[in-house]
Design a protein around this ligand. Structure first.
Ligand SMILES: Nc1ncnc2c1ncn2[C@@H]1O[C@H](COP(=O)(O)OP(=O)(O)OP(=O)(O)O)[C@@H](O)[C@H]1O
Length: 224
């Protein structure tokens, strides 16, 4: 299992309970969705996996690392194996698309030429080969979201997390984006996507974890 949550709870402060006793397993190479109403706890699960937040109770193992006892010096290595695509793209406005993607390799010690080379490869993969010299504000929001995907996959993570990646896209663009995720998944990357776009999720016939007020109420696997 590449992700194991065992009775995980999360409270923000004393009273804000976001997750209660959540348990689930994900096999390496799976693609699945996390859904539920606004405030159900989807982002909280992703933040726990990224170790942006710490759990209050329970245990979780991700890619062989026990999250509870992960030391700060292990974090960079751990986070290299888990890529995250944020709801707001968080692109650097004063850098080109190519630099935005290459930067995540460059800060890991790759040379500039190699970083650019690999950035070009993933930008082609997400269909943005012709936009490498553009700046983020010259792209549509769907294209910006694809830059976010390119940036997350350029370091070849074992697990890819995405928080509402189709948030403000129209249905056609949302489907296109999901097809990109499916292609990434076909290369062996485990993909976990938080989304409340139920129509889209249904169409894709993948496993769906359903959260309700911080509790996991369903783990739906489509018939094969
Ligand atoms: N930093 C925080 N401080 C206090 N409470 C928080 C914090 N982050 C989240 N919460 C609370 O935890 C609960 C779960 O939030 P979370 O963001 O995980 O939900 P979500 O399912 O991702 O919602 P959405 O679909 O609206 O993004 C909510 O009640 C929220 O108010």
């Amino acid at each position: 299992m590449i992700i194991q949550f065992n009775r995980v709870s999360k409270a923000y402060g004393k009273d804000n309970k976001a997750l209660s006793d959540v348990s689930f397993d994900v096999e390496a190479g799976e693609m699945l969705f996390l859904t539920g109403h606004s405030g159900a706890g989807k982002t909280s699960i992703l933040k726990l996996i990224m170790k942006i937040e710490d759990m209050s109770y329970g245990q979780a193992t991700v890619n062989g690392y026990g999250l509870k006892h992960l030391k700060s010096h292990q974090l960079p290595q751990y986070r290299q194996s888990v890529g995250m695509i944020f709801q707001d793209h968080r692109l650097l406005e004063n850098r080109t698309i190519l630099d935005n993607v290459a930067l995540s390799l460059w800060i890991r010690g790759y040379g500039k030429a190699e970083s650019h080379k690999q950035a070009r490869v993933v930008l082609q993969q997400v269909g943005l080969k012709d936009k490498t010299h553009f700046y983020p504000d010259q792209l549509s929001s769907g294209q910006q979201q694809r830059v976010g995907i390119a940036r997350a996959i350029v370091s070849k993570p074992d697990i890819l997390l995405a928080d509402e990646p189709t948030g403000n896209l129209d249905p056609d663009l949302s489907l296109e984006l999901m097809e990109i995720f499916m292609k990434i998944n076909e290369t062996g990357t485990t993909v976990l996507i938080a989304s409340h776009d139920l129509i889209l999720i249904k169409r894709l016939r993948k496993r769906v974890l359903v959260l309700d007020s911080g509790q996991l109420i369903d783990d739906y696997r489509p018939e094969t």
